[in-house]
Write a protein that binds this ligand. Sequence first.
Ligand SMILES: Nc1ncnc2c1ncn2[C@@H]1O[C@H](COP(=O)(O)OP(=O)(O)O)[C@@H](O)[C@H]1O
Ligand SMILES: [Mg+2]
Length: 559
Amino acid sequence: MMRPIDHKKRRDDLIKAEKLGRLDDALGRTILRMHHMGELDHELAEELDARVLKLEDDLAFDRIDPFTRPVGFDSGDAIGLDSASNPVLVSDELLATHTLLPGASGSGKSHLLLGLLRPKMLADGGLWAGELYKKELRHAALHANRRGASVAIVTRDTLRVNALQLDGVDRGLAETVAADNFCRSFSIGGRGRAIVSAGIHALNEKFLGRGLSPCPVDLWVWVKAAEGLNAQARAAVLDRMTAQFVACGVEPFCWRRGWPALDLKRRKIVFELGGFPEPTKKLVIGSLLMSAMYASIHAGPAGRGGHGGRLLVAFDDALRLLAQDESGDLTPLAELASLVRSLRIQLFFPVQSVSGIPLSLRANLSNIICGRLATSEDLNIIASDMSLPPQARKWVASHLGRGTFLARFGEASDRRPFVLRVPYTPLPPITDACELQHAKSLLDDLPTVLADEYRGWSPYEKAVVAEAAKPAEHGIGAAELALLKAVIANPGLPSGAYAKLAGIGGVRARRFRKDLVGRGYLREHSVATSARGGRPSIILEPLDSAHKAVTSAKERGDA
Ligand SMILES: Nc1ncnc2c1ncn2[C@@H]1O[C@H](COP(=O)(O)OP(=O)(O)O)[C@@H](O)[C@H]1O
Ligand SMILES: [Mg+2]
Protein backbone atom coordinates (compact mmCIF):
# COMPACT_ATOMS: atom_id res chain seq x y z
CA MET A 1 0.00 0.00 0.00
CA MET A 2 1.26 3.50 -0.87
CA ARG A 3 1.91 6.02 1.90
CA PRO A 4 -0.29 9.15 1.64
CA ILE A 5 1.59 12.16 0.29
CA ASP A 6 2.63 14.71 2.92
CA HIS A 7 2.06 17.86 0.86
CA LYS A 8 3.49 20.25 3.40
CA LYS A 9 6.74 18.31 3.73
CA ARG A 10 7.06 18.04 -0.02
CA ARG A 11 6.60 21.78 -0.40
CA ASP A 12 9.23 22.50 2.28
CA ASP A 13 11.62 20.04 0.64
CA LEU A 14 11.19 21.70 -2.73
CA ILE A 15 11.80 25.17 -1.32
CA LYS A 16 14.90 24.06 0.54
CA ALA A 17 16.34 22.13 -2.40
CA GLU A 18 15.67 24.97 -4.81
CA LYS A 19 17.12 27.65 -2.49
CA LEU A 20 20.35 25.79 -1.99
CA GLY A 21 20.81 25.07 -5.67
CA ARG A 22 19.91 21.36 -5.69
CA LEU A 23 17.33 21.70 -8.48
CA ASP A 24 19.52 23.65 -10.88
CA ASP A 25 19.96 20.84 -13.44
CA ALA A 26 17.51 19.58 -16.07
CA LEU A 27 16.06 16.84 -13.89
CA GLY A 28 15.71 19.26 -10.98
CA ARG A 29 13.84 21.72 -13.14
CA THR A 30 11.56 18.91 -14.33
CA ILE A 31 10.78 18.02 -10.71
CA LEU A 32 9.84 21.63 -10.02
CA ARG A 33 7.70 21.90 -13.16
CA MET A 34 5.86 18.67 -12.56
CA HIS A 35 5.18 19.66 -8.97
CA HIS A 36 3.68 22.96 -10.07
CA MET A 37 1.48 21.12 -12.58
CA GLY A 38 0.41 18.69 -9.84
CA GLU A 39 1.91 15.77 -11.74
CA LEU A 40 4.94 14.77 -9.71
CA ASP A 41 5.06 11.00 -10.19
CA HIS A 42 6.45 8.42 -7.84
CA GLU A 43 9.84 8.24 -9.52
CA LEU A 44 10.42 12.00 -9.51
CA ALA A 45 9.23 12.21 -5.90
CA GLU A 46 11.83 9.60 -4.95
CA GLU A 47 14.51 11.58 -6.75
CA LEU A 48 13.47 14.67 -4.80
CA ASP A 49 13.60 12.73 -1.51
CA ALA A 50 17.08 11.47 -2.33
CA ARG A 51 18.32 14.96 -3.16
CA VAL A 52 16.89 16.43 0.04
CA LEU A 53 18.44 13.64 2.10
CA LYS A 54 21.84 14.34 0.55
CA LEU A 55 21.38 18.06 1.14
CA GLU A 56 20.58 17.52 4.80
CA ASP A 57 23.62 15.29 5.16
CA ASP A 58 25.83 17.92 3.55
CA LEU A 59 24.47 20.54 5.91
CA ALA A 60 24.81 18.33 8.98
CA PHE A 61 28.39 17.45 8.12
CA ASP A 62 29.22 21.06 7.25
CA ARG A 63 30.06 20.21 3.67
CA ILE A 64 28.09 23.22 2.44
CA ASP A 65 26.93 26.53 3.87
CA PRO A 66 23.24 27.13 4.64
CA PHE A 67 23.00 30.31 2.56
CA THR A 68 21.55 30.78 -0.88
CA ARG A 69 23.72 31.94 -3.70
CA PRO A 70 23.31 35.65 -4.46
CA VAL A 71 21.19 36.63 -7.46
CA GLY A 72 21.58 39.77 -9.51
CA PHE A 73 25.11 40.84 -8.53
CA ASP A 74 26.10 41.13 -12.16
CA SER A 75 27.15 44.71 -12.77
CA GLY A 76 29.93 46.79 -11.25
CA ASP A 77 33.31 45.76 -9.86
CA ALA A 78 34.05 42.27 -8.53
CA ILE A 79 34.63 42.11 -4.78
CA GLY A 80 34.89 38.33 -4.50
CA LEU A 81 33.32 34.99 -5.44
CA ASP A 82 30.13 33.29 -4.33
CA SER A 83 30.01 29.69 -3.08
CA ALA A 84 29.85 28.41 -6.68
CA SER A 85 32.90 30.52 -7.59
CA ASN A 86 30.93 33.00 -9.69
CA PRO A 87 32.17 36.57 -9.39
CA VAL A 88 30.08 38.85 -7.18
CA LEU A 89 29.87 42.28 -8.78
CA VAL A 90 28.82 45.31 -6.78
CA SER A 91 27.49 48.42 -8.48
CA ASP A 92 27.87 52.02 -7.36
CA GLU A 93 24.19 52.13 -6.46
CA LEU A 94 24.69 49.30 -3.97
CA LEU A 95 27.70 50.99 -2.40
CA ALA A 96 25.70 54.19 -1.98
CA THR A 97 23.92 52.78 1.06
CA HIS A 98 27.25 52.58 2.94
CA THR A 99 29.10 49.52 4.11
CA LEU A 100 30.27 48.22 7.45
CA LEU A 101 32.94 45.50 7.30
CA PRO A 102 33.37 43.98 10.76
CA GLY A 103 35.97 41.29 11.37
CA ALA A 104 38.61 40.34 13.89
CA SER A 105 42.20 41.25 13.22
CA GLY A 106 43.57 38.94 10.54
CA SER A 107 40.18 38.09 9.04
CA GLY A 108 41.16 39.67 5.73
CA LYS A 109 39.35 43.02 5.91
CA SER A 110 42.22 45.13 4.62
CA HIS A 111 42.76 42.70 1.77
CA LEU A 112 39.10 42.95 0.78
CA LEU A 113 39.33 46.74 0.97
CA LEU A 114 42.38 46.73 -1.30
CA GLY A 115 40.45 44.57 -3.76
CA LEU A 116 37.58 47.04 -3.74
CA LEU A 117 39.89 50.01 -4.21
CA ARG A 118 42.00 48.62 -7.04
CA PRO A 119 39.44 49.11 -9.83
CA LYS A 120 38.13 52.32 -8.25
CA MET A 121 41.59 53.85 -8.43
CA LEU A 122 41.53 53.37 -12.19
CA ALA A 123 37.93 54.48 -12.74
CA ASP A 124 36.24 57.90 -12.80
CA GLY A 125 35.12 59.61 -9.64
CA GLY A 126 36.68 60.77 -6.41
CA LEU A 127 38.24 58.41 -3.92
CA TRP A 128 39.48 59.02 -0.39
CA ALA A 129 40.97 55.97 1.22
CA GLY A 130 42.42 56.40 4.66
CA GLU A 131 44.36 54.51 7.26
CA LEU A 132 44.62 55.46 10.89
CA TYR A 133 47.49 53.18 11.80
CA LYS A 134 49.09 51.27 8.92
CA LYS A 135 50.60 51.96 5.53
CA GLU A 136 49.07 49.25 3.37
CA LEU A 137 46.95 51.30 1.00
CA ARG A 138 49.96 53.01 -0.55
CA HIS A 139 50.72 49.71 -2.29
CA ALA A 140 47.41 49.89 -4.12
CA ALA A 141 47.99 53.57 -4.91
CA LEU A 142 51.39 53.00 -6.49
CA HIS A 143 50.16 49.90 -8.29
CA ALA A 144 47.37 51.97 -9.85
CA ASN A 145 49.76 54.82 -10.68
CA ARG A 146 51.95 52.40 -12.62
CA ARG A 147 48.88 51.76 -14.76
CA GLY A 148 48.25 55.40 -15.50
CA ALA A 149 46.14 56.47 -12.52
CA SER A 150 47.04 59.43 -10.38
CA VAL A 151 46.46 58.54 -6.78
CA ALA A 152 48.02 60.97 -4.33
CA ILE A 153 49.47 59.82 -1.00
CA VAL A 154 49.10 62.21 1.92
CA THR A 155 51.12 61.72 5.10
CA ARG A 156 51.50 63.65 8.33
CA ASP A 157 54.24 65.71 6.75
CA THR A 158 52.36 66.63 3.60
CA LEU A 159 48.83 67.14 4.91
CA ARG A 160 47.53 70.63 4.21
CA VAL A 161 44.09 70.76 5.72
CA ASN A 162 42.75 73.68 7.69
CA ALA A 163 40.17 72.27 10.07
CA LEU A 164 38.69 75.72 10.67
CA GLN A 165 38.01 76.33 6.98
CA LEU A 166 34.78 75.28 5.29
CA ASP A 167 34.47 76.26 1.64
CA GLY A 168 31.32 77.12 -0.19
CA VAL A 169 28.88 77.76 2.64
CA ASP A 170 27.79 80.95 4.33
CA ARG A 171 29.91 82.21 7.14
CA GLY A 172 27.56 81.48 10.04
CA LEU A 173 27.18 77.83 9.11
CA ALA A 174 30.90 77.45 8.40
CA GLU A 175 31.72 78.77 11.87
CA THR A 176 29.22 76.54 13.64
CA VAL A 177 30.31 73.39 11.82
CA ALA A 178 34.02 74.09 12.29
CA ALA A 179 33.64 74.91 16.00
CA ASP A 180 31.54 71.82 16.57
CA ASN A 181 33.98 69.47 14.86
CA PHE A 182 36.90 71.10 16.65
CA CYS A 183 35.36 70.79 20.12
CA ARG A 184 34.11 67.26 19.61
CA SER A 185 37.43 66.03 18.24
CA PHE A 186 39.45 67.62 21.05
CA SER A 187 36.87 66.79 23.75
CA ILE A 188 36.29 70.43 24.62
CA GLY A 189 33.02 70.84 26.46
CA GLY A 190 30.94 73.37 28.37
CA ARG A 191 32.37 76.87 28.49
CA GLY A 192 35.31 75.84 26.35
CA ARG A 193 32.93 75.44 23.40
CA ALA A 194 31.70 78.99 23.81
CA ILE A 195 35.29 80.23 23.83
CA VAL A 196 36.20 78.30 20.67
CA SER A 197 33.11 79.61 18.87
CA ALA A 198 33.83 83.18 19.94
CA GLY A 199 37.44 82.82 18.84
CA ILE A 200 36.62 81.44 15.40
CA HIS A 201 34.05 84.17 14.88
CA ALA A 202 36.40 86.98 15.90
CA LEU A 203 39.28 85.61 13.83
CA ASN A 204 37.12 85.22 10.73
CA GLU A 205 36.49 88.99 10.88
CA LYS A 206 40.19 89.42 10.38
CA PHE A 207 40.97 86.71 7.84
CA LEU A 208 37.95 86.20 5.59
CA GLY A 209 38.38 89.59 3.93
CA ARG A 210 41.81 88.42 2.76
CA GLY A 211 40.42 85.19 1.35
CA LEU A 212 41.92 83.15 4.20
CA SER A 213 40.63 81.28 7.23
CA PRO A 214 42.22 81.37 10.68
CA CYS A 215 44.29 78.27 11.48
CA PRO A 216 44.22 76.40 14.82
CA VAL A 217 47.41 78.16 15.95
CA ASP A 218 45.66 81.51 15.38
CA LEU A 219 42.89 80.22 17.59
CA TRP A 220 45.39 79.20 20.29
CA VAL A 221 46.96 82.65 20.24
CA TRP A 222 43.53 84.32 20.42
CA VAL A 223 42.41 82.20 23.38
CA LYS A 224 45.69 82.83 25.15
CA ALA A 225 45.25 86.59 24.79
CA ALA A 226 41.53 86.68 25.69
CA GLU A 227 42.10 87.28 29.36
CA GLY A 228 38.61 88.58 30.02
CA LEU A 229 37.13 85.10 29.48
CA ASN A 230 36.73 82.36 32.07
CA ALA A 231 40.26 81.44 33.09
CA GLN A 232 39.66 77.78 33.80
CA ALA A 233 37.84 77.12 30.55
CA ARG A 234 40.54 78.99 28.64
CA ALA A 235 43.27 76.93 30.25
CA ALA A 236 41.43 73.73 29.36
CA VAL A 237 41.05 74.75 25.71
CA LEU A 238 44.71 75.77 25.48
CA ASP A 239 45.85 72.52 27.03
CA ARG A 240 43.85 70.33 24.71
CA MET A 241 45.36 72.14 21.75
CA THR A 242 48.86 72.24 23.17
CA ALA A 243 48.90 68.47 23.64
CA GLN A 244 48.17 68.06 19.91
CA PHE A 245 50.77 70.64 18.88
CA VAL A 246 53.40 68.84 20.96
CA ALA A 247 52.54 65.42 19.65
CA CYS A 248 52.79 66.21 15.96
CA GLY A 249 54.49 69.59 15.69
CA VAL A 250 52.66 72.82 14.85
CA GLU A 251 53.02 72.75 11.08
CA PRO A 252 49.84 70.73 10.39
CA PHE A 253 47.95 73.45 12.28
CA CYS A 254 49.40 76.44 10.44
CA TRP A 255 47.50 76.42 7.13
CA ARG A 256 45.45 79.57 6.64
CA ARG A 257 44.24 78.18 3.38
CA GLY A 258 44.11 74.42 3.22
CA TRP A 259 43.38 72.31 0.15
CA PRO A 260 40.04 73.38 -1.34
CA ALA A 261 37.37 70.76 -0.72
CA LEU A 262 35.90 70.97 -4.20
CA ASP A 263 39.23 70.00 -5.75
CA LEU A 264 39.94 67.26 -3.23
CA LYS A 265 36.57 65.71 -3.90
CA ARG A 266 37.47 65.06 -7.51
CA ARG A 267 40.83 63.49 -6.71
CA LYS A 268 41.97 60.06 -5.66
CA ILE A 269 43.82 60.25 -2.39
CA VAL A 270 45.28 57.85 0.15
CA PHE A 271 45.46 59.45 3.59
CA GLU A 272 48.02 57.98 5.99
CA LEU A 273 47.11 59.48 9.32
CA GLY A 274 49.23 57.15 11.43
CA GLY A 275 51.54 59.88 12.68
CA PHE A 276 48.79 61.92 14.32
CA PRO A 277 47.34 61.51 17.81
CA GLU A 278 43.72 60.30 17.92
CA PRO A 279 42.06 63.71 18.50
CA THR A 280 43.89 65.20 15.51
CA LYS A 281 42.91 62.23 13.33
CA LYS A 282 39.30 62.85 14.27
CA LEU A 283 39.66 66.56 13.61
CA VAL A 284 41.18 66.05 10.18
CA ILE A 285 38.73 63.38 9.06
CA GLY A 286 35.73 65.28 10.43
CA SER A 287 36.87 68.38 8.62
CA LEU A 288 37.52 66.56 5.34
CA LEU A 289 34.13 64.89 5.38
CA MET A 290 32.23 68.02 6.34
CA SER A 291 34.00 69.82 3.50
CA ALA A 292 33.11 67.04 1.07
CA MET A 293 29.52 67.10 2.19
CA TYR A 294 29.11 70.83 1.85
CA ALA A 295 31.01 70.86 -1.43
CA SER A 296 28.42 68.36 -2.73
CA ILE A 297 25.50 70.34 -1.44
CA HIS A 298 27.02 73.42 -3.01
CA ALA A 299 27.46 71.69 -6.37
CA GLY A 300 23.71 70.91 -6.44
CA PRO A 301 22.10 67.86 -8.05
CA ALA A 302 23.48 68.74 -11.50
CA GLY A 303 27.07 68.91 -10.25
CA ARG A 304 26.60 65.64 -8.40
CA GLY A 305 25.27 63.77 -11.40
CA GLY A 306 27.30 61.28 -13.41
CA HIS A 307 30.35 59.37 -12.27
CA GLY A 308 32.37 62.52 -11.84
CA GLY A 309 30.28 63.57 -8.85
CA ARG A 310 30.78 60.37 -6.90
CA LEU A 311 33.12 60.12 -3.93
CA LEU A 312 34.01 56.84 -2.26
CA VAL A 313 35.28 57.32 1.28
CA ALA A 314 36.89 54.30 2.94
CA PHE A 315 38.76 54.40 6.25
CA ASP A 316 40.37 51.15 7.39
CA ASP A 317 40.14 50.18 11.08
CA ALA A 318 37.65 52.98 11.64
CA LEU A 319 36.13 51.82 14.94
CA ARG A 320 37.34 54.80 16.91
CA LEU A 321 35.80 57.14 14.37
CA LEU A 322 32.42 55.47 14.63
CA ALA A 323 32.12 54.48 18.28
CA GLN A 324 30.37 56.82 20.63
CA ASP A 325 32.77 58.85 22.77
CA GLU A 326 32.48 59.28 26.54
CA SER A 327 30.17 62.25 26.23
CA GLY A 328 27.64 60.05 24.42
CA ASP A 329 27.65 62.39 21.42
CA LEU A 330 27.60 60.87 17.98
CA THR A 331 30.91 61.38 16.23
CA PRO A 332 30.80 63.76 13.23
CA LEU A 333 31.31 60.76 11.00
CA ALA A 334 28.36 58.95 12.49
CA GLU A 335 26.18 61.94 11.91
CA LEU A 336 27.37 62.23 8.35
CA ALA A 337 26.43 58.67 7.54
CA SER A 338 22.81 59.62 7.94
CA LEU A 339 23.15 62.52 5.52
CA VAL A 340 25.54 61.87 2.71
CA ARG A 341 23.70 59.22 0.77
CA SER A 342 21.80 61.51 -1.54
CA LEU A 343 25.02 63.44 -2.11
CA ARG A 344 26.65 60.50 -3.92
CA ILE A 345 29.18 59.98 -1.16
CA GLN A 346 29.70 56.30 -0.38
CA LEU A 347 31.11 55.33 3.00
CA PHE A 348 33.00 52.06 3.55
CA PHE A 349 34.34 51.17 7.00
CA PRO A 350 36.28 48.06 8.00
CA VAL A 351 36.18 47.70 11.82
CA GLN A 352 37.57 45.12 14.24
CA SER A 353 34.44 45.11 16.36
CA VAL A 354 30.98 46.62 16.30
CA SER A 355 30.61 47.10 20.01
CA GLY A 356 30.30 50.80 20.75
CA ILE A 357 28.90 51.63 17.30
CA PRO A 358 25.43 52.99 18.06
CA LEU A 359 22.39 51.34 16.52
CA SER A 360 21.38 54.60 14.86
CA LEU A 361 24.64 54.54 12.91
CA ARG A 362 24.48 50.82 12.07
CA ALA A 363 21.03 51.46 10.65
CA ASN A 364 22.61 53.86 8.18
CA LEU A 365 25.34 51.46 7.10
CA SER A 366 22.98 49.06 5.45
CA ASN A 367 25.52 46.83 3.69
CA ILE A 368 27.26 44.38 5.96
CA ILE A 369 30.25 42.28 4.95
CA CYS A 370 31.07 40.28 8.01
CA GLY A 371 34.38 38.48 8.57
CA ARG A 372 35.42 36.12 11.36
CA LEU A 373 34.35 37.77 14.60
CA ALA A 374 36.36 37.75 17.79
CA THR A 375 33.62 37.97 20.42
CA SER A 376 30.16 36.53 20.94
CA GLU A 377 28.94 40.04 21.62
CA ASP A 378 29.85 41.00 18.06
CA LEU A 379 28.26 37.83 16.76
CA ASN A 380 25.01 38.61 18.58
CA ILE A 381 24.86 42.12 17.21
CA ILE A 382 25.65 41.10 13.64
CA ALA A 383 23.34 38.08 13.70
CA SER A 384 20.48 40.29 14.78
CA ASP A 385 21.35 43.09 12.35
CA MET A 386 21.40 40.55 9.51
CA SER A 387 18.35 38.69 10.88
CA LEU A 388 20.19 35.35 10.84
CA PRO A 389 18.24 32.26 11.91
CA PRO A 390 19.91 30.08 14.61
CA GLN A 391 21.39 27.59 12.13
CA ALA A 392 22.96 30.34 10.07
CA ARG A 393 24.31 32.03 13.20
CA LYS A 394 25.95 28.79 14.24
CA TRP A 395 27.54 28.41 10.84
CA VAL A 396 28.89 31.97 10.96
CA ALA A 397 30.35 31.39 14.43
CA SER A 398 32.45 28.47 13.26
CA HIS A 399 33.02 28.84 9.52
CA LEU A 400 34.08 32.35 8.66
CA GLY A 401 37.83 32.46 8.23
CA ARG A 402 40.57 34.40 6.52
CA GLY A 403 39.09 35.67 3.28
CA THR A 404 35.61 34.18 3.86
CA PHE A 405 32.81 36.63 4.66
CA LEU A 406 29.06 36.72 4.99
CA ALA A 407 27.65 39.62 2.99
CA ARG A 408 24.32 41.36 2.75
CA PHE A 409 23.53 44.41 0.65
CA GLY A 410 20.70 46.52 2.04
CA GLU A 411 19.20 47.66 -1.22
CA ALA A 412 20.06 44.85 -3.59
CA SER A 413 17.15 43.10 -5.29
CA ASP A 414 18.37 40.01 -3.43
CA ARG A 415 18.81 41.04 0.19
CA ARG A 416 19.52 37.60 1.60
CA PRO A 417 22.93 37.07 3.20
CA PHE A 418 25.41 35.04 1.16
CA VAL A 419 28.90 33.65 1.54
CA LEU A 420 31.59 35.75 -0.15
CA ARG A 421 35.07 34.37 -0.74
CA VAL A 422 37.89 36.73 -1.52
CA PRO A 423 40.79 35.15 -3.43
CA TYR A 424 44.22 36.20 -2.25
CA THR A 425 46.08 38.45 -4.68
CA PRO A 426 49.02 40.17 -3.01
CA LEU A 427 50.25 43.50 -4.34
CA PRO A 428 53.86 43.84 -5.46
CA PRO A 429 56.18 45.49 -2.92
CA ILE A 430 57.26 49.11 -3.29
CA THR A 431 60.80 49.23 -4.52
CA ASP A 432 61.05 52.63 -6.13
CA ALA A 433 61.31 55.60 -3.75
CA CYS A 434 60.72 58.02 -6.65
CA GLU A 435 57.26 56.59 -7.26
CA LEU A 436 56.35 57.29 -3.65
CA GLN A 437 57.78 60.78 -3.84
CA HIS A 438 55.80 61.45 -6.99
CA ALA A 439 52.55 60.24 -5.39
CA LYS A 440 53.22 62.47 -2.38
CA SER A 441 53.62 65.52 -4.59
CA LEU A 442 50.42 65.09 -6.61
CA LEU A 443 48.44 67.64 -4.62
CA ASP A 444 51.15 70.29 -4.73
CA ASP A 445 49.38 72.09 -7.55
CA LEU A 446 46.48 73.04 -5.28
CA PRO A 447 46.64 76.55 -3.83
CA THR A 448 47.46 76.73 -0.11
CA VAL A 449 48.74 79.41 2.27
CA LEU A 450 50.95 78.68 5.27
CA ALA A 451 51.13 81.12 8.21
CA ASP A 452 54.83 81.91 7.96
CA GLU A 453 55.09 83.67 11.29
CA TYR A 454 54.54 80.37 13.10
CA ARG A 455 57.68 78.74 11.75
CA GLY A 456 59.57 77.49 14.80
CA TRP A 457 56.73 78.71 17.04
CA SER A 458 56.06 76.85 20.27
CA PRO A 459 53.02 77.01 22.55
CA TYR A 460 54.94 76.80 25.83
CA GLU A 461 55.45 80.02 27.53
CA LYS A 462 55.54 79.11 31.15
CA ALA A 463 56.17 75.47 30.45
CA VAL A 464 59.44 73.89 31.49
CA VAL A 465 61.14 72.31 28.54
CA ALA A 466 63.80 69.76 29.32
CA GLU A 467 66.12 70.19 26.35
CA ALA A 468 67.32 67.22 24.43
CA ALA A 469 70.86 66.04 24.95
CA LYS A 470 73.00 64.55 22.23
CA PRO A 471 71.49 61.37 20.76
CA ALA A 472 72.89 58.21 22.23
CA GLU A 473 75.62 56.13 20.72
CA HIS A 474 75.00 52.92 22.63
CA GLY A 475 72.03 50.66 22.05
CA ILE A 476 68.79 50.56 24.01
CA GLY A 477 67.13 47.66 25.78
CA ALA A 478 63.87 45.91 25.00
CA ALA A 479 61.88 47.65 27.74
CA GLU A 480 63.10 51.08 26.68
CA LEU A 481 62.25 50.23 23.09
CA ALA A 482 58.74 49.21 24.20
CA LEU A 483 58.37 52.57 25.92
CA LEU A 484 59.49 54.45 22.79
CA LYS A 485 57.09 52.44 20.67
CA ALA A 486 54.23 53.26 23.04
CA VAL A 487 55.04 56.97 22.89
CA ILE A 488 55.22 56.97 19.09
CA ALA A 489 52.04 54.94 18.66
CA ASN A 490 49.99 56.95 21.17
CA PRO A 491 51.17 60.52 21.00
CA GLY A 492 49.95 63.20 23.37
CA LEU A 493 49.10 61.10 26.43
CA PRO A 494 50.21 62.12 29.92
CA SER A 495 53.58 60.49 30.57
CA GLY A 496 52.18 58.16 33.25
CA ALA A 497 50.02 56.34 30.70
CA TYR A 498 52.96 54.81 28.83
CA ALA A 499 54.15 52.44 31.55
CA LYS A 500 51.00 50.37 31.18
CA LEU A 501 51.02 50.54 27.38
CA ALA A 502 54.64 49.34 27.33
CA GLY A 503 53.90 46.68 29.93
CA ILE A 504 56.46 47.88 32.49
CA GLY A 505 56.13 49.05 36.09
CA GLY A 506 55.60 52.74 36.86
CA VAL A 507 58.86 53.24 38.75
CA ARG A 508 60.98 51.58 36.07
CA ALA A 509 59.12 53.49 33.37
CA ARG A 510 59.92 56.77 35.09
CA ARG A 511 63.60 55.85 35.30
CA PHE A 512 63.68 54.83 31.61
CA ARG A 513 61.89 58.02 30.66
CA LYS A 514 64.48 60.20 32.39
CA ASP A 515 67.22 58.15 30.80
CA LEU A 516 65.68 58.39 27.31
CA VAL A 517 65.24 62.14 27.71
CA GLY A 518 68.87 62.45 28.82
CA ARG A 519 70.00 60.42 25.82
CA GLY A 520 68.06 62.46 23.27
CA TYR A 521 65.28 60.06 22.36
CA LEU A 522 62.45 61.98 24.01
CA ARG A 523 61.70 65.55 24.95
CA GLU A 524 59.50 66.41 27.92
CA HIS A 525 57.01 69.23 27.93
CA SER A 526 55.22 70.15 31.07
CA VAL A 527 51.81 71.62 30.45
CA ALA A 528 49.69 73.34 33.11
CA THR A 529 46.40 71.47 33.32
CA SER A 530 44.51 73.78 35.63
CA ALA A 531 44.34 77.53 35.97
CA ARG A 532 44.93 77.33 39.70
CA GLY A 533 48.44 76.10 39.24
CA GLY A 534 47.82 72.41 40.02
CA ARG A 535 50.40 69.78 39.20
CA PRO A 536 51.40 70.07 35.53
CA SER A 537 51.14 67.10 33.14
CA ILE A 538 54.24 65.96 31.36
CA ILE A 539 53.78 65.25 27.69
CA LEU A 540 56.45 63.33 25.79
CA GLU A 541 57.60 64.20 22.31
CA PRO A 542 59.42 61.43 20.42
CA LEU A 543 62.49 62.85 18.67
CA ASP A 544 64.03 61.69 15.41
CA SER A 545 66.36 59.25 17.10
CA ALA A 546 63.35 57.55 18.72
CA HIS A 547 61.72 57.01 15.34
CA LYS A 548 65.02 55.70 14.00
CA ALA A 549 65.54 53.32 16.91
CA VAL A 550 62.07 51.84 16.50
CA THR A 551 62.38 51.56 12.74
CA SER A 552 65.76 49.86 12.87
CA ALA A 553 64.55 47.48 15.58
CA LYS A 554 61.67 46.57 13.28
CA GLU A 555 64.05 45.97 10.40
CA ARG A 556 66.18 43.74 12.60
CA GLY A 557 63.00 41.89 13.52
CA ASP A 558 63.20 42.63 17.27
CA ALA A 559 59.98 44.57 17.30
N1 LIG B 1 41.47 36.40 1.04
C1 LIG B 1 42.54 35.93 1.66
N2 LIG B 1 42.93 34.66 1.50
C2 LIG B 1 44.01 34.17 2.13
N3 LIG B 1 44.78 34.89 2.97
C3 LIG B 1 44.44 36.16 3.17
C4 LIG B 1 43.30 36.75 2.54
N4 LIG B 1 43.19 38.02 2.93
C5 LIG B 1 44.22 38.22 3.76
N5 LIG B 1 44.97 37.13 3.92
C6 LIG B 1 46.15 37.00 4.77
O1 LIG B 1 45.75 37.27 6.09
C7 LIG B 1 46.53 38.28 6.68
C8 LIG B 1 45.65 39.31 7.34
O2 LIG B 1 44.88 39.95 6.35
P1 LIG B 1 44.40 41.43 6.49
O3 LIG B 1 43.66 41.77 5.26
O4 LIG B 1 45.52 42.32 6.88
O5 LIG B 1 43.40 41.27 7.73
P2 LIG B 1 42.74 42.38 8.65
O6 LIG B 1 42.79 43.67 7.94
O7 LIG B 1 41.35 41.88 8.87
O8 LIG B 1 43.52 42.38 9.93
C9 LIG B 1 47.35 38.91 5.56
O9 LIG B 1 48.68 38.98 5.95
C10 LIG B 1 47.20 38.01 4.40
O10 LIG B 1 48.42 37.33 4.14
MG1 LIG C 1 43.59 45.45 8.53
